[in-house]
Design a protein around this ligand. Structure first.
Ligand SMILES: Cc1cc2nc3c(=O)[nH]c(=O)nc-3n(C[C@H](O)[C@H](O)[C@H](O)COP(=O)(O)OP(=O)(O)OC[C@H]3O[C@@H](n4cnc5c(N)ncnc54)[C@H](O)[C@@H]3O)c2cc1C
Length: 341
């Protein structure tokens, strides 16, 4: 029986583990043992503080054609959940969005607008409406509908699906990846440790992209509003709260709340949506996005064993998770075909 270890219980680890387990059981009808090993689990992973809005963001030089495929994989998966009885439990919501930019040369969502529903450029009149009282004018904007899948709900749902299928879970910190691959009894190791890979692999291409957000109670907000400019703010409703953002500070490892960032977030979001003035402040949160010059998704042989890397998802780990998990599975199946595992 094939024994697979998935390292990391963030959205990418859990998605990879579940994708492999379900495929082997349902399609190949083959026995498999899949274990998730991680030092932290939901609600203490990077995704747990994020709004989980679908949308490619902060992915370094990762090829847009790759990002298109992976993010479409997740969009299709979210559509399946949305149309099933699981939508509420999984925290999957269909949401109208407006993305705006002040960049003269920018055009919003060039390579992914065919994935979301009903993408339409804003008209000059609509832009003028958003530009009222603004000094730094928006030059373009896109209206469309897509999904949020807030990880604080999505992760417990995926973990439940995984355990129901017989998936195993172990709380463990891996100190030395090479030693773990060589000495453990697993045939396949899938590395989904996010920023943890920086240390585990001495990978100098990894870096933190610090993100601070504020959550408020504003049940009347039913649409996302995002300023794509480098110093732009965003407003994304989740089921119980609304996320106001946000920062993206490269190579900043500070996990403390910064009062200056909080002022920037609250002032900026209120200027986008003045009604937020009277919303109830719930809490502030900081997370370190697992940035990398390029997302790393590749397989390597280690003697008779297989090591698959799936890390460096930057600001889009939720958006890419199911698509990347499908590619992890493809790499595993290809390797199994090549050499009997
Ligand atoms: C403020 C903010 C807002 C965001 N908003 C969005 C959004 O709207 N949409 C979107 O798609 N993305 C968003 N993101 C990005 C997204 O949250 C991340 O890309 C994603 O969570 C990364 O998931 P991951 O599974 O790769 O890594 P992580 O969630 O970081 O998980 C890594 C896992 O590996 C484990 N681990 C690490 N090292 C070791 C070790 N040595 N031994 C054992 N276990 C280890 C950790 O405990 C953890 O379980 C946002 C991020 C931030 C900070």
């Amino acid at each position: 029986m094939l024994r697979v270890a998935v390292l990391g219980a963030g959205v990418n680890g859990v998605a990879s583990a579940l994708k492999i387990l379900e495929h082997y059981q349902d399609v190949r009808q083959q026995k498999i043992e899949v274990t998730i090993l991680s030092d932290e689990f939901t609600p203490h992973t990077t995704g747990d503080g994020s709004a989980g809005l679908w949308g490619p963001f902060l992915l370094g030089n990762t090829a847009p054609s790759k990002v298109h495929g992976w993010s479409k994989g997740m969009h299709d998966f979210l559509q399946q959940i949305w149309l099933s009885e699981d939508a509420g439990e999984a925290g999957v919501c269909l949401l109208p969005c407006v993305r705006l930019s002040t960049d003269e040369k920018a055009s919003v969502g060039d390579f992914w607008r065919d994935i979301v529903y009903g993408a339409t450029e804003l008209t000059a009149q609509q832009l003028a409406d958003y530009n009222r009282n603004r000094v730094n004018k928006f030059t373009c904007g896109l209206h469309f509908v897509t999904y949020t899948s807030e990880p604080v709900k999505l992760l417990p749902y995926l973990m439940k699906r995984f355990v129901k299928r017989g998936g195993l879970i172990l709380k463990r910190r891996i100190q030395d990846l090479e030693q773990f691959v060589a000495e453990s009894s697993y045939d396949v190791v899938v590395n989904c440790t996010g920023l943890g890979s920086q240390q585990l692999l001495s990978d100098e291409q990894c870096y933190a992209v610090r993100g601070q957000v504020t959550r408020v109670k504003a049940n009347w907000v039913y649409a996302a509003l995002l300023d794509e400019s480098d110093d732009g703010n965003y407003i994304i409703p989740n089921t119980e709260s609304v996320v106001l953002g946000g920062t993206h500070q490269e190579r900043d490892y500070n996990t403390q709340i910064c009062p200056q960032d909080k002022r920037f977030i609250i002032t900026g979001c209120r200027s986008l949506l003045p009604g937020l003035e009277h919303s109830q402040h719930l809490f502030d949160w900081v997370g370190l996005r697992p940035g990398r010059t390029q997302l790393c998704l590749q397989a390597e042989r280690r003697g008779a064993k297989l090591l698959i890397h799936n890390y460096g998802h930057g600001g889009s780990g939720v958006t890419l998770s199911w698509g990347c998990a499908a590619e992890v599975l493809e790499l595993l199946l290809a390797a199994q075909l090549k050499a009997k595992l």
